[in-house]
Design a protein around this ligand. Structure first.
Ligand SMILES: Cc1cc2nc3c(=O)[nH]c(=O)nc-3n(C[C@H](O)[C@H](O)[C@H](O)COP(=O)(O)OP(=O)(O)OC[C@H]3O[C@@H](n4cnc5c(N)ncnc54)[C@H](O)[C@@H]3O)c2cc1C
Length: 525
């Protein structure tokens, strides 16, 4: 019998097998879940003892053993470190926060285990550019093995391609499941657990859909490289198919109507890229249908509400000039080829991109950890989760607890990166140096100065070689703000220097140069 799959809402048994009374259910799914939960208490755990790959059928990673088909109550584990071993830091995620932490961690002090459903970091500020071919997808990704080579080399340090589904903070264990989105697996997803000395949660956030019907099914999100790839394919498909004989005028208009929901920086940057693509590339290469292509940006309030009012106006004027229709409206429902606004108007679309901000993920919501206002994991000024030991959280999934008197920081890469930098110094210079890396050993140590965030400003490109640069620290304090071509140069240079590796900097620079000279690559692969 194959290993029973258990819903993501599953909670660890923490040593009890009485979570759901067995007699009260006859649902086969629930029964298999109970059997699984019961099995956790008597599991004959397999250790990950080395990195060598033995010739056992069903092996997935060099060091992780798959549960045998006939033995569904056994599951693999990475057991707690022993005295004399280096402390093990388990990091959840490979985003901005996690990668900044991984990049700087002193691997002579710690073993690192990174668990994430993707093996790379995404340089999100440039993701919109990949949707229309300004940049290649590879240019905005950084493999985690390059960020922290110890993950691929050091005995005791590993990268596991899986999602964490739960955490037992008392036992210092995380529970993981191979992700069902990983294609090509010839067997059922399975679970394993990993013991930690210190846990760093940096699992990010999820797009907000406000429970609007049809969004998840029909809209494209823009958070991952695969999303950008899907958007690009869909856009090019619509352009090509609309040229086929027999496509009605009405259908052409629908197919070539790109609708973006959400006027934050991501929505605006994507609309700007699209309008640039249309003006520069579509007009040349899809001239037969160029008059049908339209971009509409729908926003419930004001676009770029976090930017200075002058910059907002500039952006609105610029986008309108280059063909982006700005509509104020609230989406009520999304259907396969049209969406309905709350005033009853119907908007047919061929491509719909949803970008209305982020909120806590299901995983974060399901954790029994204190929460900050807004539902993120609540942390103190040192990014610790104060009610439990040895757990830290940072980036989009974390926010200051109310009692700290600090505001929850915005979901930004610069916040996540700065928090990663702070935490890695805490680990290297404070926890590590005071021999407090092992579980339950950092209770009364000196942690030094708390984390302080200073906003450096915001930038957004609006297409056609124009961008906005707002260097004010907040909306209420004044500061330098500028818009136009020079801002665009600043935007490009700033992001080029932020790209994590020299290899990617080179890729990005070459992509920008080839796009400038030859136009965008519009091959639909
Ligand atoms: C298109 C776009 C453009 C942006 N532009 C900017 C910008 O210009 N400037 C700026 O400051 N910010 C920008 N942002 C916001 C910025 O990207 C985020 O604030 C930042 O990525 C947050 O970093 P993070 O590490 O908290 O989360 P993420 O970078 O989202 O990383 C989360 C990681 O956790 C992993 N994960 C998820 N669930 C689990 C789980 N259960 N177990 C283990 N791992 C898990 C994910 O696979 C991922 O690797 C942009 C965002 C997007 C989407």
């Amino acid at each position: 019998m194959a290993l029973a799959r258990i819903s993501r809402n599953w909670k660890p048994s923490s040593g009890t097998n009485s979570i759901i009374p067995f007699s009260k259910t006859s649902n086969p799914k629930t029964v298999s879940r109970i059997l699984y939960l019961q099995s956790l208490t008597k599991a004959d755990h397999m250790n990950f003892t080395g990195r060598m790959t033995r010739g056992i059928q069903g092996y997935r990673f060099g060091h992780a053993m798959r549960i045998s088909e006939t033995d569904n109550f056994h599951y693999a584990s990475l057991d707690p470190t022993k005295p004399g071993d280096k402390p093990r830091v388990v990091v959840l995620g490979t985003g901005w926060a996690a990668c900044r932490f991984l990049k700087g961690i002193d691997t002579s002090l710690y073993d690192i285990v990174c668990i994430s459903p993707r093996n790379h970091m995404v340089f999100t500020p440039l993701l919109a550019s990949t949707c229309v071919g300004t940049l290649e997808l590879r240019s905005v990704t950084e493999p985690v093995g390059r960020v922290q080579p110890a993950l691929a080399k050091h005995p005791g340090s590993y990268f596991y391609l899986a999602s964490c589904t739960d955490i037992d903070t008392k036992k210092h264990e995380v529970y993981c499941e191979t992700d069902d989105s990983i294609h090509g697996l010839s067997y059922e997803p399975y679970r394993f657990k990993v013991a930690y000395d210190k846990l760093v949660i940096a699992s990010g956030a999820e797009p907000l859909t406000f429970g609007i019907k049809g969004v998840k099914e029909h809209a494209h999100f823009l958070r991952e490289v695969s999303h950008a790839q899907e958007i690009r394919k869909k856009l090019l498909l619509n352009l090509m198919v609309s040229e086929n004989p027999g496509v009605s005028e009405e259908e052409k208009e629908r197919m070539l109507h790109c609708v973006v929901i959400g006027g934050g920086p991501t929505g605006v940057e994507f609309s700007g890229e699209l309008s640039d693509f249309i003006v520069r590339d579509v007009f040349q290469r899809y001239a037969h249908v160029k008059n049908y292509v339209r971009v509409t940006l729908i926003e419930a309030n004001e676009i770029l509400s976090s930017f200075d009012v002058g910059l907002r106006q500039y952006a609105m004027k610029h986008l309108t000039k280059y063909g982006v229709r700005l509509v104020r409206g609230v989406v009520k429902e999304v259907q396969p080829q049209k969406l309905i606004l709350s005033d009853g108007s119907v908007v047919p679309y061929g491509l719909l991109v949803w970008s209305t901000g982020v909120g806590p993920s299901q995983f974060i919501k399901s954790l029994h950890l204190p929460k900050s206002p807004g539902g993120r994991i609540g942390v103190d000024e040192w990014l610790r989760v104060p009610s439990v030991e040895d757990v830290f959280a940072l980036g989009d999934c974390a926010g200051f607890l109310e009692h700290t008197g600090r505001q929850v920081l915005p979901a930004l890469a610069q916040v996540a990166e700065r928090e990663g930098k702070f935490l890695v110094e805490l680990f290297n210079k404070k926890i590590g140096k005071q021999n407090a890396g092992k579980a339950y050993s950092a209770k009364d140590i000196d942690l030094g100065e708390p984390f302080v965030y200073k906003h450096l400003g915001s930038m957004a490109s609006v297409g056609r070689y124009k961008a906005l640069v707002d260097l004010s620290q907040s909306k209420d304090t004044g500061g330098v703000s500028m818009a136009g071509f020079v801002s665009w140069l600043i935007w490009r240079s700033a992001y080029l220097t932020r790209v994590l590796s020299w290899r990617n900097r080179l890729y990005v620079a070459i992509n920008w140069a080839t796009t400038l000279v030859f136009g965008r690559d519009n091959t639909r692969i």
